[in-house]
Design a protein around this ligand. Structure first.
Ligand SMILES: Cc1ncc(COP(=O)(O)O)c(C=O)c1O
Length: 395
């Protein structure tokens, strides 16, 4: 059988292999401490659930316009104005089944065969695959913990070519938790725009931010930035709504219109019920967000101090999201638990087998010398998981 180019070129999720193995071990009755989750461990707030139930009871169960239910789009415009000083009209907004679908729509709208899309590395695993689906080429701009996982105008200048079309920005970042300051981001984005690049600003972790850092949206930097930046956001992380599948993008009308055309022939948009839940999320009490961020903050400082006390591990204190991305390359070529560790996959596999803790290797995020640990799990689990990790390293 000859599979299509997309089927041949798009990789399976390398992170899934570890998750599957962790689940298999758990099914055998082994007590696995899992740090793989890319989703908050909090429940969706009650007012949001109630709004969905009401939508069902009220019969709000038919197709909405592909670009999203009008009241939700209005609420998104209000949110972007109040939180991000961005003025959009509903015709500049597309609501999708998750931010993931919004990002894919925009990539398909902007990228063609032969185009290059610049992806700062470490990156969220889906960016390169989406670029490949569009037939374009991902160009990775590597960063390490030494640069706090940040690109600069200078490093960006080194990878821009006449084929460069798009730049991905993700602050706060998955997998590193890195957050750009306004000054840093302004310099990078204004330079990219000057060079003619479009920018996808993935702001899905916008509100999960610590240490008084302030989130800024690059589309707000100048009129030119407003014309070149597509702002993506969603409900999965901020409102613990991963399973509801709701996200959106806002940007120039021409781009959004083309994205709606694509969505017309794929999903026809997000579920009507989910959209009413999203409307309540934006309009209702925001107390749950503050409670969640406060809890994440405690876990973050604890986990970083535990990791930095371990031999061979060094971990930056991230300023956003709910991940830490410690450097583990000092453990490579060392004998631990009777085996020589070769890379991040090997380390994570060994940790799962011997210590029964599930982390995610850094390699699928483009950085093999690291592992990703999600602290979207209860403090008791974090304490136990760190105890197991420490014991493993001493074995
Ligand atoms: C950086 C980043 N962008 C986008 C998404 C997609 O989120 P959604 O659940 O809204 O599709 C994720 C989810 O893990 C993410 O980490």
């Amino acid at each position: 059988m000859t599979l299509s180019r997309i089927a041949r070129e798009v990789k399976t999720s390398a992170t899934l292999a570890i998750t599957t193995k962790a689940k298999q071990l758990a099914a055998q009755g082994i007590d696995i401490m899992s740090f793989g989750a890319g989703e908050p461990d909090f429940d969706t707030p009650e007012n949001i659930k109630d709004a969905a139930i009401k939508a069902i009871k009220d019969g709000y169960t038919k197709y909405t316009p592909t670009s999203g239910a009008p009241p939700l789009k209005e609420a998104i415009c209000e949110k972007l104005y109040h939180d991000n000083t961005l003025q959009y009209s509903p015709s500049q907004v597309i609501v999708s089944a998750g931010a993931k679908q919004s990002i894919l729509n925009i990539v398909l709208v902007l990228c063609d065969t032969g185009d290059e899309a610049i992806i700062p590395s470490p990156y969220w695993v889906s960016y390169p695959e989406m670029v490949i689906m569009a037939g374009a080429t991902p160009v990775f701009l590597k960063t390490t913990d030494k640069e706090h996982f940040k690109i600069t105008k200078e490093s960006l200048a080194r990878v821009i070519t006449p084929k460069s079309k798009l730049l991905f920005i993700n602050s706060p970042s998955n997998p590193t938790g890195m957050v750009y300051t306004e000054k840093e981001l302004r310099e990078i984005v204004c330079f990219a725009v000057e060079k003619g690049l479009y920018i996808i600003s993935d702001e899905i972790y916008e509100k999960i931010i610590f240490d008084g850092m302030k989130h800024v949206s690059p589309a707000s930097f100048s009129d030119e930035c407003y014309r070149k930046v597509i702002t993506v956001n969603g409900f999965s992380k901020i409102y613990s709504m991963t399973g509801w599948r709701l996200g959106y993008a806002a940007g120039p009308e021409e781009i959004i219109k083309a994205a709606v055309n694509i969505q017309d022939h794929t999903t026809s948009g997000a579920s009507s019920i989910t959209q009413m839940a999203g409307l309540e999320a934006l309009k209702g009490s925001q107390n749950s967000v503050a409670t969640m961020v406060c809890e994440f903050d405690k876990r973050r400082t604890y986990i970083v101090s535990r990791l930095n006390a371990m031999q061979g591990i060094s971990c930056l204190l991230p300023h956003g999201a709910f991940y830490v991305f410690p450097k583990v390359s000092d453990l490579f070529n060392r004998r631990i638990s009777g085996r020589t560790v070769t890379d991040s996959f090997d380390l994570v596999n060994l940790l799962l087998e011997k210590a029964h803790v599930a982390f995610v290797p850094g390699a699928p995020f483009g950085s093999d010398g690291y592992i990703r640990i999600s602290y979207a799990t209860a403090m008791e689990n974090i304490e136990q998981g760190m105890d197991r990790f420490e014991k493993f390293l001493n074995s």
